[in-house]
Design a protein around this ligand. Structure first.
Ligand code: HEM
Length: 312
């Protein structure tokens, strides 16, 4: 009797825990748009083969979508969150998503959301650059609005401390391990000089040769838009070398190096540096969790016709 009662409460608990993302399902478009996933994949592969960095840009776009009122494509609405401080002059890839959306509208009109296209494109970008794959739950709908103040307050910045980063991720129900794993996205892509200038001239927990090599292209005054690779060793491959770099004080951003700085996240960094499978597993788990932040489902929001504006 007692055993069956506790069994029942376990079932209730599990049901409650899954309810938040219960309406998302990997098979969501299997009947309504069976070619959706293949269309997204070929669009991403084409974009990455003509511009390798695009894989990084699409992954970042998804992160910046999900951290602001959930993964609802609010970041894609033109002239809104795009103008927020962490995004302005640095987000890329809008035209790739718009072009994939056009192709999908041609095969299944007003069926596949921009939020889902971006989530799948982020996964396909990681795969295109040699990283792990995972199954993406689907069925998100697109927002009717954007939230510029939340983009300014909730997206972490490059000068964040470790505790700032932990707080920002905890606010989205992501753990410290999720945060360290997701930061591994900085194994690809680039950052502008303005985001790491203070680090290469003023910080002490940086490899001297590394700092010196970055200075010509990031002078003390001006050059703020000049680019450097986030992963100085294997810039175009999605691997775990980002963590090895941190262990040799070659994190590009202040917010990268704080993850390995004689502190509580050092062991997680060591684990991901020495064990690629542990990193892949933690990264894919965290990407699914991030992709499930506050999805709009059912009758919420809309399926946009064009990702850059709400339907008229
Ligand atoms: C932990 C907190 C994070 C901070 C403070 C941060 C900050 C930044 C900054 C400042 C840049 C350079 C932007 C520029 O100069 O234009 C950047 C680039 C990038 N970030 Fe993050 N980021 C964080 C987490 C993440 C996460 C969770 C992801 C994805 C899962 C991600 C993916 C990327 C990628 C791929 C790039 C390169 C984009 C490109 O080359 O277009 N970042 N990040």
């Amino acid at each position: 009797m007692a055993a069956s009662a506790s069994c029942l409460s376990l079932v209730v608990l599990v049901a409650l825990a899954t309810v938040a993302s219960a309406q998302l399902s990997p098979t969501f478009y299997d009947t309504s748009c069976p070619r959706a996933l293949a269309t997204i994949k070929s669009g991403v592969m084409a974009a990455v083969s003509s511009d390798t960095r695009m894989g990084a840009s699409l992954l970042r776009l998804h992160f910046h979508d999900c951290f602001v009122q959930g993964c609802d494509a609010s970041v894609l609405l033109s002239g809104m969150e795009q103008n927020a401080l962490p995004n302005n002059g640095s987000l890329r890839g809008f035209e790739v998503i718009d072009s994939i959306k056009t192709q999908i509208e041609a095969i299944c009109s007003q069926t596949v959301s921009c939020a889902d296209i971006l989530t799948v494109a982020a996964r396909d970008s990681v795969v295109a650059l040699g990283g792990p794959s995972w199954t993406v739950p689907l069925g998100r709908r697109d927002s009717l609005d954007a939230n510029v103040p939340e983009a300014n307050s909730d997206l972490p910045g490059p000068t964040s401390s470790r505790t700032d980063l932990e707080d920002a991720f905890r606010k989205k129900n992501l753990t410290t391990v999720d945060m360290v794993a997701l930061s591994g996205a900085h194994t690809i892509g680039q950052a502008q000089c303005g985001t790491f200038k203070d680090r290469i001239y003023n910080e002490t927990n940086i490899d001297t040769t590394f700092a010196t090599s970055l200075r010509p292209n990031c002078p003390r005054s001006n050059g703020d838009n000049n680019l450097a690779n986030l992963d100085t060793t294997t810039a175009n491959t999605f691997d775990n070398v980002y963590y090895t770099n941190l262990m040799s004080q070659k994190g590009l951003l202040h917010s990268d190096q704080v993850l390995f700085n004689n502190d509580t996240t050092d062991n997680t960094v060591r684990n991901f540096a020495s064990n690629p499978a542990a990193f892949s597993s933690a990264f894919t788990t965290a990407m699914i969790k991030m992709g499930n932040i506050a999805p709009k489902t059912g009758t919420q929001g809309q399926i946009r016709l064009s990702c850059s504006r709400v339907n008229s």
